[in-house]
Write a protein that binds this ligand. Structure first.
Ligand code: ZN
Ligand code: ZN
Length: 413
C-alpha cells in the first residue's frame, strides 16, 4: 500500500495506552492535522481528504524517545570518525536514523555530534528519522572525554570534519563554546564532566572542568532558556555538577545516595545508558572500539545496573537512554529489557515517553497522545504493559510508526 505523505491522518480503533496512567484506557480514534493531534475521541468524524487507517484494536501509544544517542557515531572508533568527511558522516548517519524510526523512536536527543544541518534534513523529510534534539558538539576540557588525542598526539582540533566534541578550557572558552552551540540552534548544552570509556587519556574516576567552568555553562544555557546535560560516572563528579545547576546526569553508573538526594532536590534527571555497556562488553572490539578502551567498560558495566535500580527505588526521575555506538546501535531496544529487571513496564515506558518529555521541556508536546501534542505514534500488536518483550521485537510487534502525522513505517497487514 502507498504511504500517505501528508501530515494529516486519522487512526481509528486503537487501544490507547495512556503513558501517564500506565494503562490501556480503551478504544480511541486519533485525528492528526498538520502534524499535531487535533482530536482524541471514541468516534471521530471523517475529514475531507484525510487518509484513515483502522488499527483493529491494536495498542496505540506515543512514539518513543531516546534521550541519549549519537546519530553520527556509525563507528565506535572516534579518532577515525574525526577523519571522515562530514558529508560521508551524514550519509552514514542516515542509515542509523532510518533504523531508529523502524524501532519506533520518533524523538531522539543527540548528546554530541548531530547539528542543525542533520536535524533540518530530517525535519524537511530529506532523511527518514526521528526528530533530533541536539547539543551540537559536546564540550570537553583538554584531556577530557571529548579529547580524542592520544598522549603522543598533538594535532589541533580538526576544522574540516565531523566530530562529537569540542575542546574549551577556562571560563571564557567555555562560554564561547556554549554560545556557538546556542547560535547553531542547540536544544541543550552537553558537557563532559568526568572521564569516559571512549577517550584515550582520561580515567573513569576523574572529574572534569573546574566548578566555575560548569557554572559558566549552566549560566549560558539558562540565559538561552536551555539546560545542561553532563556526562559523569562517579558521585564525586555528579554531585559537584548538580550543585552547579546541571539538569541531566548522563550515565551516572557510580553515583550514590547523596547524588540521588541532589537529583531530587534540584528537580534533575538521571539518564542511565545501560544498553551500551552491555553491548561494548560483549562486542565492542569486534564493532571497532580500540581494545584498550573496551577494558575501561568493565569498571562501570555491572555497577551501572545496580546503581540504576537503587536510584529508581530512591524515587529519582529516570529517562530512557542508550548511548550505543556503531553497529551496536541495533541493540537500542535492549534497554527496555535491562530496565525491566527493576522497573514495571509502565515505568520503563514512561521513561521513554512522558518523563523524557519533562526532561526535554516538552510536556504536552511529546510522549503522550493528547490534543495539541505532536502526531508521533506507534502501534503494537500486543500489550507492552503485560509483556515488555513486545517493545523489543519490532519485526514481530511494531505495526505502524507515525511521525508528525506522516506514516514512516507500516506493516499492519
Ligand atoms: Zn558519555
Ligand atoms: Zn554519549
Amino acid at each position: 500500500t502507498a504511504m500517505p505523505t501528508t501530515n494529516s491522518l486519522i487512526l481509528r480503533n486503537g487501544s490507547l495506552l495512556d503513558t501517564r496512567a500506565g494503562a490501556i484506557v480503551g478504544k480511541r480514534d486519533v485525528v492528526v492535522e498538520d502534524g499535531r493531534i487535533a482530536e482524541v475521541s471514541e468516534s471521530a468524524g471523517a475529514r475531507d481528504g484525510v487518509a484513515e487507517i483502522n488499527l483493529g484494536g491494536k495498542t496505540l501509544m506515543p512514539g518513543l524517545c531516546d534521550a541519549h544517542v549519537h546519530v553520527i557515531a556509525s563507528t565506535p572508533n572516534f579518532p577515525q570518525l574525526l577523519t571522515w568527511s562530514p558529508l560521508y558522516t551524514a550519509a552514514r548517519a542516515s542509515e542509523l536514523l532510518r533504523d531508529m524510526i523502524d524501532r519506533g523512536f520518533t524523538t531522539v536527543r543527540d548528546c554530541g555530534g548531530a547539528d542543525f544541518g542533520l536535524a533540518r534534513a530530517v525535519d524537511e523529510g530529506l532523511l527518514d528519522g526521528p526528530r533530533i534534539l541536539y547539543a551540537g558538539h559536546a564540550i570537553s576540557q583538554t584531556g577530557g572525554h571529548g579529547d580524542m588525542r592520544g598522549p603522543g598526539e598533538n594535532w589541533d582540533e580538526c576544522c574540516c570534519c565531523a566530530g562529537l566534541g569540542k575542546i574549551a578550557d577556562g571560563v571564557p572558552e567555555v562560554r564561547k563554546a556554549c554560545r556557538e552551540e546556542i547560535r547553531k540552534g542547540a536544544n541543550f548544552i552537553k558537557i563532559m564532566a568526568s572521564g569516559g570509556v571512549s577517550s584515550p587519556t582520561d580515567r573513569i574516576s576523574s572529574t572534569q572542568f573546574a566548578e566555575e567552568e560548569v557554572a559558566a555553562a549552566v549560566e549560558e544555557a539558562e540565559a538561552a532558556e536551555l539546560y545542561v546535560a553532563a556526562h559523569v560516572y562517579t558521585a564525586r563528579a555528579a554531585n559537584r555538577v548538580l550543585r552547579a545547576g546541571v539538569r541531566s546526569i548522563e550515565h551516572g553508573n557510580l553515583i550514590d545516595e547523596e547524588t540521588f538526594d541532589l537529583l531530587k532536590e534540584n528537580d534533575a534527571f538521571l539518564v542511565p545508558t545501560m544498553a551500551t555497556y552491555q553491548a561494548l562488553a560483549s562486542e565492542g572490539v569486534e564493532a571497532g572500539m580500540p581494545a584498550d578502551l573496551v577494558a575501561k567498560v568493565h569498571d562501570v558495566f555491572e555497577a551501572g545496573q545496580e546503581t540504576a535500580a537503587k536510584a529508581y527505588d530512591a524515587g529519582v526521575k529516570m529517562v530512557f537512554g542508550t548511548d550505543l555506538l556503531g553497529s551496536m546501535q541495533r541493540h537500542q531496544l535492549t534497554e527496555f529489557a535491562i530496565r525491566s529487571a527493576f522497573q514495571s513496564p509502565a515505568e520503563t515506558i514512561r521513561s521513554a515517553t512522558v518523563t523524557a518529555a519533562e526532561l526535554f521541556n516538552e510536556v504536552g508536546e511529546t510522549g503522550e497522545i493528547i490534543e495539541g501534542a505532536r502526531g508521533d505514534m506507534i502501534v503494537l500488536d500486543g500489550d507492552p504493559l503485560a509483556d515488555i518483550g513486545v517493545m523489543q521485537d519490532p519485526d514481530r510487534y511494531l505495526k505502524l510508526v507515525v511521525k508528525g502525522g506522516t506514516v514512516m513505517k507500516e506493516a499492519l497487514n
